[in-house]
Design a protein around this ligand. Structure first.
Ligand SMILES: [Zn+2]
Length: 245
């Protein structure tokens, strides 16, 4: 795993230079969690996916519906998917409240144990990345493939932290702006991979999924940031941020 961390570090340093952002290695703090716990964290962390929105568009509503959600087809579906998520101390408090509402004792205990582990991580960093423990979730033939997925998840979440630490967090302005955050992270990810030319094709491929917005907004950022130097890129992003109400 050390290898993956160092690859991710190298990438994020390259990206920081591209956007003239500051970066500290301590920001890379992550833990693997069981997929069911990851789904609960997404749910309580107000993930905007339609499958979660059905159970409430506010935290209060989601709390009320949490036990219904746990027995739903949506929960089972998402427990088969892998993804990452950044948890702040504020999110952590919401997760604790959600945990206490769970009637299924086994699940509540597992969630509570994970929360304690997350809390320990806060000693060194104010944000922790949760990654689905995919080695248990799916049987991958090649080990290199597993490394690639972990790297992809970790890098995506670390870019979120990098931007947020540099005061670029569109959702902080209003939660409805999550598309800007995901779009900018996707732009960064594809710039690192030198695959910005693929964004249009991806937007078409994921036309009926949430990811469509990641690519559609990444295209906006690609257009905004082209033909600029790093300082100009940062300024352009901040200008866009300020313009939004
Ligand atoms: Zn994201």
């Amino acid at each position: 795993m050390k290898n993956i961390s160092s690859v991710v570090h190298t990438q994020i340093i390259k990206l920081s230079a591209h956007l003239s952002l500051r970066y500290a290695p301590a920001w890379l703090s992550y833990i693997f969690v069981a997929s069911k716990i990851k789904v609960l964290a997404d749910y309580a962390g107000m993930c905007p996916d339609q499958d979660y929105q059905k159970f409430g568009t506010t935290f209060k509503k989601r709390l009320i519906n949490i036990n219904r959600f746990i027995t739903s087809a949506e929960f089972a579906k998402h427990a088969k998917l892998w993804c990452g998520q950044v948890i702040s101390k504020t999110d952590y408090k919401l997760l604790l409240r959600a945990c206490n509402k769970i009637k299924n004792k086994k699940l509540r205990n597992a969630f509570s144990k994970t929360l304690k582990k997350i809390n320990l991580k806060f000693k060194n960093s104010d944000k922790v990345i949760l990654l689905t423990n995919i080695s248990l979730l799916i049987k991958l033939n090649k080990k290199s493939e597993l490394n690639w997925i972990i790297r992809f998840m970790l890098l995506h979440e670390l870019i979120h932290i990098l931007l947020s630490k540099n005061k670029i967090n569109f959702q902080r302005k209003n939660s409805k702006y999550w598309k800007y955050d995901e779009g900018l992270v996707t732009y960064c990810d594809f710039w690192l991979q030198r695959k910005l030319f693929l964004l249009e094709r991806k937007a078409v491929k994921f036309a009926d999924k949430l990811e469509k917005w990641y690519y559609t907004y990444a295209i906006k950022f690609r257009d905004l940031l082209k033909n600029k130097n790093p300082v100009e890129r940062k300024k352009a992003i901040l200008r866009m941020y300020k313009k939004l109400q």
